[in-house]
Design a protein around this ligand. Structure first.
Ligand SMILES: C[S@@+](CC[C@H](N)C(=O)[O-])C[C@H]1O[C@@H](n2cnc3c(N)ncnc32)[C@H](O)[C@@H]1O
Length: 354
């Protein structure tokens, strides 16, 4: 029997592409459920298939807690749960071609026109899933919302990477031997139909639209990518109380799907702290940046207690701050781990960078 701390995995400590074999202590096919709610379904499927490993994702804390209690008390050893947003989990936690299947039971339909863009499965999602699934891996979704089901079918067919899961096509109203969650029971009790959508991957995607990588920026990161920082030699003394006033606040960068904002600036005796928010496509990351003394001058880096993923947005923020510090201190860039193509757009200095 697993302890709660073993069932629950912390997204921040997992980093990019964790080693699932060592997490589960065995090699077995991995299936994902996004939006596990109270965990009924994942418990049911994991009990039926002890030969498989299951990962459950839930964004709402109250539901997550219920699911954790359910799985912990079940004694199951083939389930791990993560409190995280689903698309982020898919991008961050699974290597391409590593997932055997994805289940979505009643994903929030966001029925109002204005809210539609919040849907987990939009026209770009099938491309992401086509990357993450292994060959013949499947997608299985159930919803009560016909329009959503139809749009999902269209989006999957559009990639040309999927074939219907069933002989009669990718959509049906019944599925034998499938667990009915709280939502299914509710709709069925009202006499309303359910819509099952199923696809299997038949082709690895080629010519993925650039929009997919902009919307899911984690797809551009590799395990070797380091967290950006810069070391700057300065020509005048570093006085945090003066620097804090000179640094910008508010939106400091906005282009395409990327917005970088300094929410607030803080002062400590030795350093300046910047509460930073980066929105890139579907991903929003908030963390602190510190500017503090270094043996050779100044160092600008992500605060040690924060672990954002080193996306292009994070590199752009450090590159922008590097540029500001070079200007303010008439400084010289000694070292940077910002990506070359990014730092080059903000400073002309020749430096060692990745
Ligand atoms: C309508 S409920 C369905 C719950 C459960 N699957 C069931 O059938 O009983 C949708 C669930 O998905 C979760 N959810 C919605 N969007 C999510 C996302 N992007 N990532 C992870 N969970 C999400 C919600 O918090 C909620 O628990």
């Amino acid at each position: 029997m697993l302890k709660k701390e073993e069932v629950v995995l912390k997204e921040e400590s997992l980093g990019l592409f964790p080693d699932w074999e060592s997490i589960f202590n065995r090699k077995a096919p991995i299936f994902l459920e996004i939006g596990i709610g109270n965990g009924e379904f994942i418990k049911w499927i994991a009990e039926r298939h002890p030969e498989n490993n299951y990962v459950g994702i839930e964004v709402a804390r109250e539901f997550f807690k219920k699911a954790v209690n359910r799985i912990t008390s079940s004694g199951l050893t083939n389930v791990r749960l993560i409190h995280c947003e689903g698309a982020k989990a898919l991008c961050q936690l699974f290597k391409n071609g590593s997932l055997s299947g994805l289940y979505l039971n009643f994903p929030d339909p966001w029925a109002k026109k204005k809210q539609k863009r919040r849907r987990l499965v939009n026209k770009l999602f099938p491309w992401l899933l086509a990357l993450k699934l292994l060959d013949s891996g499947f997608f299985l979704m159930v919803t009560d919302f016909k329009e959503y089901a139809e749009e999902v079918v269209e989006a999957f067919l559009n990639t040309k990477c999927f074939a219907p899961l069933w002989k009669e096509g990718p959509m049906r109203n019944r599925l034998e031997d499938y667990y009915h969650t709280k939502y299914a029971r509710k709709w069925l009790a009202c006499g309303l139909p359910l819509f099952f959508v199923g696809f299997k991957k038949v082709k690895t995607p080629e010519n993925i639209p650039a929009e997919v990588f902009e919307y899911y920026p984690i797809l551009k990161i590799s395990k070797e990518d380091s967290m950006p920082h810069s070391i700057i030699q300065v020509e005048k003394p570093f006085v945090p109380s003066e620097l804090v006033n000179e640094l910008p606040e508010g939106i400091i960068f906005q282009k395409d799907q990327k917005v970088i904002k300094i929410l607030e600036k803080f002062l400590s005796s030795k350093s300046v702290l910047l509460d930073s928010l980066i929105s890139e496509g579907h991903l929003v990351q908030r963390f602190f940046v510190t500017i503090s003394p270094h043996s050779n001058g100044l160092i600008v880096k992500i605060h040690d207690s924060d672990k954002p993923l080193p996306t292009e947005g994070v590199h752009t923020l450090i590159a922008l701050l590097t540029k500001e510090l070079l200007r303010i201190y008439s400084g010289k860039l000694l070292k940077t781990t910002c990506k070359k193509h990014i730092i080059k757009t903000f400073t002309t200095e020749e430096v060692n960078s990745t």
